[in-house]
Design a protein around this ligand. Structure first.
Ligand code: NAD
Length: 423
Protein backbone atom coordinates (compact mmCIF):
# COMPACT_ATOMS: atom_id res chain seq x y z
CA UNK A 1 0.00 0.00 0.00
CA UNK A 2 1.18 3.57 -0.65
CA UNK A 3 0.77 5.68 2.48
CA UNK A 4 1.21 9.42 3.13
CA UNK A 5 1.84 10.40 6.74
CA UNK A 6 1.11 14.07 7.37
CA UNK A 7 3.17 15.31 10.35
CA UNK A 8 6.50 13.69 11.22
CA UNK A 9 6.42 14.08 15.02
CA UNK A 10 6.21 11.34 17.67
CA UNK A 11 3.09 9.71 16.27
CA UNK A 12 3.71 10.43 12.57
CA UNK A 13 7.33 9.33 12.41
CA UNK A 14 6.84 6.21 14.53
CA UNK A 15 3.78 5.24 12.43
CA UNK A 16 5.69 5.94 9.21
CA UNK A 17 8.70 3.87 10.26
CA UNK A 18 6.51 0.99 11.44
CA UNK A 19 4.33 1.02 8.31
CA UNK A 20 7.50 0.94 6.19
CA UNK A 21 8.81 -1.95 8.28
CA UNK A 22 5.53 -3.76 7.55
CA UNK A 23 6.32 -3.41 3.84
CA UNK A 24 4.28 -0.35 2.84
CA UNK A 25 5.68 2.51 0.74
CA UNK A 26 5.56 5.56 2.98
CA UNK A 27 6.01 9.28 2.38
CA UNK A 28 6.16 11.58 5.41
CA UNK A 29 4.86 15.10 4.71
CA UNK A 30 6.46 17.36 7.32
CA UNK A 31 6.44 21.16 7.12
CA UNK A 32 9.58 21.56 9.21
CA UNK A 33 12.36 21.24 6.61
CA UNK A 34 15.01 20.58 9.27
CA UNK A 35 13.09 17.49 10.34
CA UNK A 36 12.74 16.44 6.69
CA UNK A 37 16.52 16.58 6.22
CA UNK A 38 17.14 14.65 9.43
CA UNK A 39 14.62 11.93 8.57
CA UNK A 40 16.01 11.53 5.04
CA UNK A 41 19.50 11.13 6.48
CA UNK A 42 18.20 8.41 8.82
CA UNK A 43 18.35 10.50 11.99
CA UNK A 44 15.14 10.75 14.06
CA UNK A 45 14.46 14.37 15.15
CA UNK A 46 13.09 12.93 18.41
CA UNK A 47 14.46 10.28 20.71
CA UNK A 48 12.46 7.06 20.63
CA UNK A 49 13.95 3.66 21.42
CA UNK A 50 14.53 1.61 18.23
CA UNK A 51 13.46 4.38 15.84
CA UNK A 52 16.93 5.01 14.46
CA UNK A 53 17.27 1.32 13.55
CA UNK A 54 13.91 1.34 11.77
CA UNK A 55 14.90 4.46 9.82
CA UNK A 56 18.26 2.88 8.91
CA UNK A 57 16.44 -0.13 7.46
CA UNK A 58 13.76 1.80 5.57
CA UNK A 59 14.83 5.33 4.59
CA UNK A 60 15.57 5.54 0.87
CA UNK A 61 13.88 2.19 0.29
CA UNK A 62 10.32 2.36 1.51
CA UNK A 63 10.39 5.62 3.50
CA UNK A 64 11.04 9.19 2.43
CA UNK A 65 10.20 12.60 3.92
CA UNK A 66 9.19 15.75 2.05
CA UNK A 67 7.86 19.21 2.91
CA UNK A 68 5.44 19.00 -0.05
CA UNK A 69 1.94 17.53 -0.29
CA UNK A 70 2.33 16.66 -4.00
CA UNK A 71 2.72 12.91 -3.42
CA UNK A 72 -0.49 12.59 -1.37
CA UNK A 73 -2.58 12.19 -4.55
CA UNK A 74 -0.41 9.23 -5.61
CA UNK A 75 -0.98 7.38 -2.34
CA UNK A 76 -3.89 5.12 -1.33
CA UNK A 77 -4.26 6.59 2.15
CA UNK A 78 -3.12 9.66 4.02
CA UNK A 79 -2.86 9.69 7.83
CA UNK A 80 -3.22 13.07 9.57
CA UNK A 81 -0.75 12.96 12.49
CA UNK A 82 -0.32 16.66 13.26
CA UNK A 83 -0.49 18.16 16.76
CA UNK A 84 -3.69 19.17 18.54
CA UNK A 85 -2.31 21.30 21.39
CA UNK A 86 -4.54 22.85 24.05
CA UNK A 87 -6.03 26.32 23.65
CA UNK A 88 -6.08 28.53 26.75
CA UNK A 89 -9.73 27.51 27.43
CA UNK A 90 -8.84 23.77 27.38
CA UNK A 91 -10.28 23.09 23.93
CA UNK A 92 -8.08 21.30 21.39
CA UNK A 93 -6.53 23.63 18.81
CA UNK A 94 -7.64 22.11 15.52
CA UNK A 95 -6.12 24.74 13.23
CA UNK A 96 -3.27 22.48 12.05
CA UNK A 97 -5.63 19.54 11.48
CA UNK A 98 -7.77 21.86 9.39
CA UNK A 99 -4.89 23.19 7.29
CA UNK A 100 -3.48 19.66 6.80
CA UNK A 101 -6.92 18.49 5.61
CA UNK A 102 -7.05 21.45 3.19
CA UNK A 103 -3.60 20.65 1.80
CA UNK A 104 -4.49 16.95 1.37
CA UNK A 105 -7.61 18.03 -0.54
CA UNK A 106 -5.63 20.35 -2.83
CA UNK A 107 -3.29 17.49 -3.68
CA UNK A 108 -6.20 15.13 -4.37
CA UNK A 109 -7.65 17.70 -6.82
CA UNK A 110 -4.80 16.86 -9.23
CA UNK A 111 -5.64 13.20 -9.68
CA UNK A 112 -8.64 10.85 -9.79
CA UNK A 113 -9.13 7.45 -8.14
CA UNK A 114 -10.06 6.41 -4.65
CA UNK A 115 -8.26 7.75 -1.58
CA UNK A 116 -8.85 7.40 2.17
CA UNK A 117 -8.10 10.23 4.58
CA UNK A 118 -7.38 8.87 8.06
CA UNK A 119 -7.37 11.07 11.15
CA UNK A 120 -4.84 9.71 13.65
CA UNK A 121 -4.41 12.92 15.64
CA UNK A 122 -6.43 13.00 18.86
CA UNK A 123 -9.46 15.15 18.06
CA UNK A 124 -12.72 15.86 19.90
CA UNK A 125 -15.78 13.80 18.89
CA UNK A 126 -17.34 15.26 15.77
CA UNK A 127 -14.11 16.73 14.34
CA UNK A 128 -13.61 14.27 11.48
CA UNK A 129 -17.19 14.61 10.28
CA UNK A 130 -17.64 18.33 10.86
CA UNK A 131 -14.17 19.68 10.04
CA UNK A 132 -12.00 17.21 8.13
CA UNK A 133 -14.63 15.85 5.71
CA UNK A 134 -15.90 19.28 4.54
CA UNK A 135 -12.36 20.70 4.34
CA UNK A 136 -11.04 17.84 2.16
CA UNK A 137 -14.16 17.71 -0.03
CA UNK A 138 -14.14 21.47 -0.62
CA UNK A 139 -10.46 21.74 -1.48
CA UNK A 140 -10.35 18.54 -3.56
CA UNK A 141 -13.54 19.07 -5.57
CA UNK A 142 -13.79 15.27 -5.72
CA UNK A 143 -16.96 13.15 -5.75
CA UNK A 144 -18.07 11.86 -2.31
CA UNK A 145 -17.75 8.20 -3.35
CA UNK A 146 -14.08 8.69 -4.33
CA UNK A 147 -12.79 9.85 -0.95
CA UNK A 148 -13.33 7.84 2.23
CA UNK A 149 -12.81 9.04 5.81
CA UNK A 150 -11.61 7.05 8.78
CA UNK A 151 -10.80 7.96 12.37
CA UNK A 152 -8.02 5.70 13.68
CA UNK A 153 -6.77 6.94 17.07
CA UNK A 154 -3.24 6.12 18.20
CA UNK A 155 -2.52 4.65 21.64
CA UNK A 156 1.29 4.43 21.58
CA UNK A 157 3.28 5.47 24.64
CA UNK A 158 6.44 7.49 24.14
CA UNK A 159 9.49 5.49 25.20
CA UNK A 160 7.95 2.21 24.04
CA UNK A 161 6.19 3.64 20.99
CA UNK A 162 7.46 1.13 18.43
CA UNK A 163 6.55 -1.84 20.58
CA UNK A 164 3.11 -0.34 21.22
CA UNK A 165 2.56 0.32 17.52
CA UNK A 166 3.65 -3.17 16.49
CA UNK A 167 1.80 -4.98 19.30
CA UNK A 168 -1.34 -2.93 19.96
CA UNK A 169 -4.01 -4.09 22.41
CA UNK A 170 -6.55 -3.09 19.77
CA UNK A 171 -6.86 -1.11 16.58
CA UNK A 172 -9.83 1.24 16.57
CA UNK A 173 -11.24 2.02 13.14
CA UNK A 174 -14.09 4.48 13.00
CA UNK A 175 -15.60 4.84 9.55
CA UNK A 176 -18.81 5.68 7.78
CA UNK A 177 -17.89 3.91 4.53
CA UNK A 178 -17.20 0.19 4.82
CA UNK A 179 -14.66 0.18 1.96
CA UNK A 180 -12.58 2.91 3.63
CA UNK A 181 -12.59 1.10 6.98
CA UNK A 182 -11.63 -2.17 5.23
CA UNK A 183 -8.70 -0.49 3.49
CA UNK A 184 -7.34 0.87 6.79
CA UNK A 185 -7.83 -2.53 8.43
CA UNK A 186 -5.80 -4.15 5.65
CA UNK A 187 -2.86 -1.80 6.30
CA UNK A 188 -2.56 -3.29 9.81
CA UNK A 189 -3.25 -6.88 8.72
CA UNK A 190 0.24 -8.20 9.55
CA UNK A 191 -0.09 -7.10 13.18
CA UNK A 192 -2.86 -9.65 13.87
CA UNK A 193 -4.36 -7.34 16.47
CA UNK A 194 -7.99 -7.20 17.60
CA UNK A 195 -9.91 -4.60 15.57
CA UNK A 196 -12.76 -2.49 16.91
CA UNK A 197 -14.97 -1.05 14.15
CA UNK A 198 -17.07 1.97 15.13
CA UNK A 199 -18.48 5.19 13.76
CA UNK A 200 -16.25 8.25 13.39
CA UNK A 201 -17.26 10.07 16.59
CA UNK A 202 -17.15 6.90 18.72
CA UNK A 203 -13.54 6.30 17.63
CA UNK A 204 -12.68 9.88 18.57
CA UNK A 205 -14.36 9.41 21.95
CA UNK A 206 -12.63 6.06 22.62
CA UNK A 207 -9.27 7.89 22.58
CA UNK A 208 -10.43 10.65 24.95
CA UNK A 209 -12.18 8.22 27.31
CA UNK A 210 -9.11 5.93 27.41
CA UNK A 211 -6.71 8.74 28.26
CA UNK A 212 -9.11 10.26 30.79
CA UNK A 213 -9.53 6.91 32.55
CA UNK A 214 -5.76 6.30 32.72
CA UNK A 215 -5.23 9.82 34.07
CA UNK A 216 -7.99 9.17 36.61
CA UNK A 217 -6.21 6.01 37.81
CA UNK A 218 -3.05 8.05 38.36
CA UNK A 219 -4.73 10.87 40.23
CA UNK A 220 -6.70 8.32 42.27
CA UNK A 221 -3.49 6.54 43.27
CA UNK A 222 -1.89 9.87 44.12
CA UNK A 223 -4.80 10.85 46.35
CA UNK A 224 -4.74 7.46 48.08
CA UNK A 225 -0.96 7.85 48.35
CA UNK A 226 -1.32 11.23 50.03
CA UNK A 227 -3.66 9.66 52.59
CA UNK A 228 -1.36 6.64 53.07
CA UNK A 229 1.61 8.90 53.77
CA UNK A 230 -0.30 10.61 56.59
CA UNK A 231 -1.05 7.26 58.27
CA UNK A 232 2.34 5.68 57.60
CA UNK A 233 1.14 3.06 55.12
CA UNK A 234 3.16 2.22 51.99
CA UNK A 235 0.93 3.10 49.03
CA UNK A 236 2.97 0.80 46.76
CA UNK A 237 2.06 -2.17 48.98
CA UNK A 238 -1.53 -1.03 48.89
CA UNK A 239 -1.68 -0.62 45.12
CA UNK A 240 0.04 -3.96 44.56
CA UNK A 241 -2.86 -5.53 46.43
CA UNK A 242 -5.41 -3.37 44.65
CA UNK A 243 -3.99 -3.98 41.17
CA UNK A 244 -4.12 -7.77 41.47
CA UNK A 245 -7.88 -7.49 41.07
CA UNK A 246 -8.38 -8.30 37.38
CA UNK A 247 -11.17 -5.73 37.20
CA UNK A 248 -8.64 -3.01 38.11
CA UNK A 249 -5.27 -4.19 36.63
CA UNK A 250 -1.89 -3.20 38.08
CA UNK A 251 -1.16 -0.52 35.48
CA UNK A 252 -1.18 3.23 36.10
CA UNK A 253 -1.40 2.80 39.87
CA UNK A 254 2.09 4.14 40.70
CA UNK A 255 1.59 7.04 43.08
CA UNK A 256 3.90 10.01 42.64
CA UNK A 257 4.26 13.49 41.25
CA UNK A 258 1.47 13.17 38.66
CA UNK A 259 1.09 12.77 34.92
CA UNK A 260 2.52 14.92 32.15
CA UNK A 261 3.30 14.54 28.48
CA UNK A 262 1.64 15.72 25.35
CA UNK A 263 -1.54 13.68 25.80
CA UNK A 264 -3.10 13.13 29.25
CA UNK A 265 -3.18 16.76 30.46
CA UNK A 266 -4.54 18.19 27.22
CA UNK A 267 -6.95 15.34 26.54
CA UNK A 268 -8.50 15.44 30.02
CA UNK A 269 -8.81 19.25 29.70
CA UNK A 270 -10.41 18.96 26.25
CA UNK A 271 -12.92 16.34 27.43
CA UNK A 272 -13.82 18.50 30.43
CA UNK A 273 -14.24 21.51 28.15
CA UNK A 274 -16.45 19.50 25.79
CA UNK A 275 -18.60 18.46 28.76
CA UNK A 276 -18.99 22.09 29.84
CA UNK A 277 -19.94 23.17 26.35
CA UNK A 278 -22.62 20.47 26.38
CA UNK A 279 -23.98 21.71 29.71
CA UNK A 280 -22.46 18.83 31.72
CA UNK A 281 -20.48 19.51 34.89
CA UNK A 282 -17.26 17.41 34.63
CA UNK A 283 -16.75 17.07 38.41
CA UNK A 284 -14.54 14.00 38.19
CA UNK A 285 -12.33 15.24 35.32
CA UNK A 286 -11.78 18.57 37.09
CA UNK A 287 -10.67 16.74 40.24
CA UNK A 288 -8.29 14.56 38.22
CA UNK A 289 -6.63 17.73 36.89
CA UNK A 290 -6.60 19.43 40.30
CA UNK A 291 -4.86 16.48 42.05
CA UNK A 292 -2.34 16.51 39.22
CA UNK A 293 -1.72 20.24 39.56
CA UNK A 294 -1.05 19.93 43.30
CA UNK A 295 1.31 16.90 43.38
CA UNK A 296 4.57 18.61 42.29
CA UNK A 297 3.84 21.54 44.61
CA UNK A 298 3.48 19.04 47.45
CA UNK A 299 7.08 17.95 46.81
CA UNK A 300 8.27 21.52 47.21
CA UNK A 301 6.27 21.88 50.45
CA UNK A 302 7.76 18.64 51.76
CA UNK A 303 11.25 19.86 50.98
CA UNK A 304 10.63 23.23 52.63
CA UNK A 305 9.31 21.40 55.69
CA UNK A 306 12.68 19.66 55.96
CA UNK A 307 15.21 22.36 55.12
CA UNK A 308 13.27 25.55 55.82
CA UNK A 309 12.94 28.63 53.63
CA UNK A 310 14.21 27.80 50.15
CA UNK A 311 15.46 31.29 49.30
CA UNK A 312 19.11 31.11 48.21
CA UNK A 313 19.28 27.31 48.68
CA UNK A 314 20.71 25.08 45.95
CA UNK A 315 18.18 22.43 44.96
CA UNK A 316 19.10 19.55 42.66
CA UNK A 317 16.31 18.42 40.36
CA UNK A 318 16.94 14.96 38.91
CA UNK A 319 14.92 14.27 35.79
CA UNK A 320 13.15 16.69 33.48
CA UNK A 321 11.42 14.51 30.87
CA UNK A 322 7.78 13.71 31.62
CA UNK A 323 8.80 10.08 31.96
CA UNK A 324 11.88 7.94 31.40
CA UNK A 325 13.22 7.01 27.96
CA UNK A 326 12.01 10.16 26.20
CA UNK A 327 13.29 13.70 25.68
CA UNK A 328 9.74 15.08 25.72
CA UNK A 329 9.12 17.74 28.38
CA UNK A 330 5.65 18.77 27.27
CA UNK A 331 3.54 19.24 30.45
CA UNK A 332 6.29 17.43 32.42
CA UNK A 333 5.73 17.75 36.18
CA UNK A 334 9.30 19.06 36.39
CA UNK A 335 8.13 22.35 34.85
CA UNK A 336 5.71 23.51 37.61
CA UNK A 337 8.12 22.02 40.16
CA UNK A 338 11.07 24.11 38.96
CA UNK A 339 8.95 27.24 38.52
CA UNK A 340 7.71 26.88 42.12
CA UNK A 341 11.26 26.35 43.41
CA UNK A 342 12.37 29.49 41.60
CA UNK A 343 9.32 31.42 42.84
CA UNK A 344 10.43 30.57 46.41
CA UNK A 345 13.94 31.85 45.64
CA UNK A 346 15.78 28.52 45.27
CA UNK A 347 18.77 28.09 42.94
CA UNK A 348 17.93 25.11 40.75
CA UNK A 349 20.61 22.73 39.42
CA UNK A 350 18.97 20.24 37.08
CA UNK A 351 20.05 17.08 35.28
CA UNK A 352 18.35 14.77 32.79
CA UNK A 353 19.99 12.17 30.52
CA UNK A 354 18.09 13.39 27.42
CA UNK A 355 15.74 16.29 28.05
CA UNK A 356 18.06 19.20 28.91
CA UNK A 357 18.01 20.77 25.39
CA UNK A 358 14.19 20.68 25.31
CA UNK A 359 13.89 22.09 28.83
CA UNK A 360 16.40 24.90 28.25
CA UNK A 361 13.96 26.33 25.72
CA UNK A 362 11.11 26.42 28.25
CA UNK A 363 12.94 27.38 31.46
CA UNK A 364 16.28 28.98 30.56
CA UNK A 365 17.34 30.41 33.95
CA UNK A 366 18.41 27.13 35.51
CA UNK A 367 21.85 25.61 35.97
CA UNK A 368 21.75 22.58 33.69
CA UNK A 369 24.30 19.95 34.69
CA UNK A 370 26.07 17.16 32.81
CA UNK A 371 25.48 14.51 35.45
CA UNK A 372 23.43 13.79 38.55
CA UNK A 373 26.64 14.12 40.58
CA UNK A 374 27.22 17.66 39.25
CA UNK A 375 23.70 18.71 40.13
CA UNK A 376 23.98 17.21 43.61
CA UNK A 377 27.30 18.92 44.45
CA UNK A 378 26.75 21.13 47.54
CA UNK A 379 22.97 20.93 47.12
CA UNK A 380 20.78 21.66 50.14
CA UNK A 381 18.08 19.33 48.86
CA UNK A 382 17.23 17.04 45.97
CA UNK A 383 13.97 16.32 44.18
CA UNK A 384 13.73 13.26 41.90
CA UNK A 385 10.99 13.78 39.34
CA UNK A 386 11.65 11.27 36.50
CA UNK A 387 12.08 7.51 36.95
CA UNK A 388 15.21 7.14 34.77
CA UNK A 389 16.95 3.76 35.19
CA UNK A 390 20.30 5.50 35.70
CA UNK A 391 18.91 7.05 38.91
CA UNK A 392 18.16 3.62 40.37
CA UNK A 393 21.67 3.06 41.62
CA UNK A 394 22.51 6.58 42.80
CA UNK A 395 23.82 6.42 46.32
CA UNK A 396 27.24 7.87 47.11
CA UNK A 397 26.47 10.74 44.69
CA UNK A 398 24.14 12.04 47.42
CA UNK A 399 27.16 12.31 49.74
CA UNK A 400 28.21 15.36 47.68
CA UNK A 401 25.19 17.27 48.97
CA UNK A 402 25.46 19.64 51.93
CA UNK A 403 23.03 17.32 53.66
CA UNK A 404 21.31 14.26 52.29
CA UNK A 405 17.73 15.50 51.93
CA UNK A 406 16.11 13.67 49.04
CA UNK A 407 12.43 13.66 48.08
CA UNK A 408 11.26 11.25 45.38
CA UNK A 409 8.39 12.13 43.06
CA UNK A 410 8.74 8.68 41.45
CA UNK A 411 9.76 5.60 43.37
CA UNK A 412 13.06 4.87 41.66
CA UNK A 413 16.02 5.01 44.10
CA UNK A 414 17.20 1.69 45.42
CA UNK A 415 19.52 3.13 48.10
CA UNK A 416 16.54 3.77 50.35
CA UNK A 417 17.74 7.29 50.96
CA UNK A 418 14.75 9.18 49.67
CA UNK A 419 11.44 10.06 51.24
CA UNK A 420 8.62 9.76 48.74
CA UNK A 421 5.98 12.32 47.99
CA UNK A 422 3.29 9.77 48.92
CA UNK A 423 5.33 7.25 50.88
P1 NAD B 1 4.24 16.46 17.37
O1 NAD B 1 4.09 17.89 17.70
O2 NAD B 1 5.39 15.67 17.90
O3 NAD B 1 4.23 16.26 15.78
C1 NAD B 1 3.45 16.99 14.89
C2 NAD B 1 4.28 17.23 13.64
O4 NAD B 1 3.45 17.81 12.65
C3 NAD B 1 5.43 18.22 13.86
O5 NAD B 1 6.64 17.62 13.43
C4 NAD B 1 5.06 19.43 13.00
O6 NAD B 1 6.18 20.11 12.48
C5 NAD B 1 4.23 18.78 11.92
N1 NAD B 1 3.30 19.69 11.24
C6 NAD B 1 2.66 20.78 11.74
N2 NAD B 1 1.86 21.32 10.82
C7 NAD B 1 1.96 20.55 9.72
C8 NAD B 1 1.36 20.60 8.43
N3 NAD B 1 0.47 21.54 8.10
N4 NAD B 1 1.71 19.67 7.51
C9 NAD B 1 2.62 18.71 7.82
N5 NAD B 1 3.22 18.61 9.03
C10 NAD B 1 2.90 19.52 9.97
O7 NAD B 1 2.87 15.77 17.83
P2 NAD B 1 2.65 14.24 18.30
O8 NAD B 1 3.10 14.08 19.71
O9 NAD B 1 3.16 13.33 17.26
O10 NAD B 1 1.05 14.19 18.33
C11 NAD B 1 0.30 14.21 17.14
C12 NAD B 1 -1.14 13.86 17.50
O11 NAD B 1 -1.20 12.50 18.01
C13 NAD B 1 -1.76 14.73 18.59
O12 NAD B 1 -3.12 14.90 18.33
C14 NAD B 1 -1.56 13.90 19.84
O13 NAD B 1 -2.53 14.20 20.82
C15 NAD B 1 -1.75 12.49 19.32
N6 NAD B 1 -1.09 11.45 20.08
C16 NAD B 1 0.17 11.67 20.58
C17 NAD B 1 0.80 10.65 21.28
C18 NAD B 1 2.16 10.85 21.89
O14 NAD B 1 2.56 10.04 22.71
N7 NAD B 1 2.92 11.86 21.49
C19 NAD B 1 0.16 9.40 21.46
C20 NAD B 1 -1.09 9.20 20.90
C21 NAD B 1 -1.71 10.23 20.21
Amino acid sequence: MRISIVGGGYVGLVSAACFAELGHIVEVVEIDEKKVLLINSGKPPIYEKGLEDLLARNVGKRLVATPLYDGVAESDLSFICVGTPPLPDGNADLSVVSSAAGSIGESLRRRGGRHVVVVKSTVPPGTTEQLVVPMVMKSSGREPDEVGFVMNPEFLREGVAIEDFMKPDRIVIGATDGWAGDLVESVYEKLNAPVVRTGLAAAEMIKYASNALLATKISFSNEVGNICKKIGVDVYEVMRGVGMDHRISPHFLDAGAGFGGSCFPKDVAALARLAEELGEDPVLLRSVMEVNRRQPLKMVDLLEGKIGNLAGKRIAVLGLAFKKDTDDVREARSVPLILELKRRGAKVAAYDPLAVPAMEKIVPEVEYCKSAKDALRMADGCLVITEWDEFKNLDEEFDHMKSRVVIEGRRVLSCGGGEGICW
